[in-house]
Design a protein around this ligand. Sequence first.
Ligand code: FAD
Ligand code: FES
Length: 320
Amino acid sequence: MLEAALAAGIAIPHGCRSGFCGACKGKLISGHTTPGIHAENALSADDRASGHALLCCVHAASDLQLEVPGVVPPSEFPSRNFPARVRRLERLGDDIMLIELQLPAIDPIKFHAGQYIDIVLADGARRSFSIANAPHQEGIIELHVRRIPDGRFTGEVFTTLKERDILNCEGALGTFWLREDSTRPILMLATGTGFAPLKGIIEHAIHVGITRPITFYWGARTPAGLYLDALARRWADEIPNFRYVPVISGDAPDWTGRRGRIPETVLADIHDLSAYEVYACGLPEMIKSARKRLTTEGKLFVDAFYADAFTFSTPPSAKD
Ligand SMILES: Cc1cc2nc3c(=O)[nH]c(=O)nc-3n(C[C@H](O)[C@H](O)[C@H](O)COP(=O)(O)OP(=O)(O)OC[C@H]3O[C@@H](n4cnc5c(N)ncnc54)[C@H](O)[C@@H]3O)c2cc1C
Ligand code: FES
């Protein structure tokens, strides 16, 4: 259903496209679908009982009427397959690699800041990574890749991938981009490499001169996890209306800044979020908890919460 909708120019919110993140949830008003496989926490038994489905998993078995929140005007840049050459590899931390990809000189893909691409592996498996730069930086795509223990692709990134290698990609994908027609103040929330798409959005906002206040909360277990902390601090120094709040959740004896989890830190700072728009990216648990707590305890409007959850292509059970 998701593929058909996107092909028809109906941009249903989506993330993983594999039943893990829950972003493409819709309600069946009439008609029949054939069910697909999905993660239990992306679509609960209650959701199913109330007629909800994940549109990236189900197929239509009849004409359908669906109710889907948050449908946006489609991206004017349809996604497609393209080869990209690795132009630069740079370690941003023990387990974070920056990959700079050179796009083809002829007809390079266009994207909105915040979207992601899929790397298509030799057997057709896919791995998703957010674009960490803004589109005005022409011909280039920057990725921030966190190494996953025993991860097939991210393992290769840290061992065998080298400059000048070619990666097969598809993009740009997703609906995580800045709603530029809004005037609401912006809250950005990231854990770990969830920083990547927000970096792209912030660089885009600086480039086009967006003056809406932006408060950026970046969480990690240790200070080293804030792998471009100096860049975020520079934005805070240089950009009027930009505030940066780094938050550490693990043991870090020398850390003198904020501690805890992102949702509770935001709620401690701002009690009424009804005027805000939130862009959240990173660990699925953070996205889930932020969506729930900010919309209930913080009075954030449900349709003012935009997120990309970094779910993964290989469910844990598939490797057990
Ligand atoms: C829309 C989207 C955007 C993303 N953007 C980024 C990004 O910018 N930077 C980034 O670092 N990651 C990002 N991710 C997550 C990234 O796609 C996965 O980490 C990656 O697919 C892992 O590939 P792999 O082949 O190394 O691991 P696999 O071989 O697929 O997995 C190995 C094992 O680790 C588990 N696993 C895989 N990924 C994760 C994970 N992320 N967290 C915890 N356990 C995992 C698997 O269940 C499996 O058991 C994004 C995901 C999505 C859906
Ligand atoms: S569950 Fe459908 S896009 Fe993630």
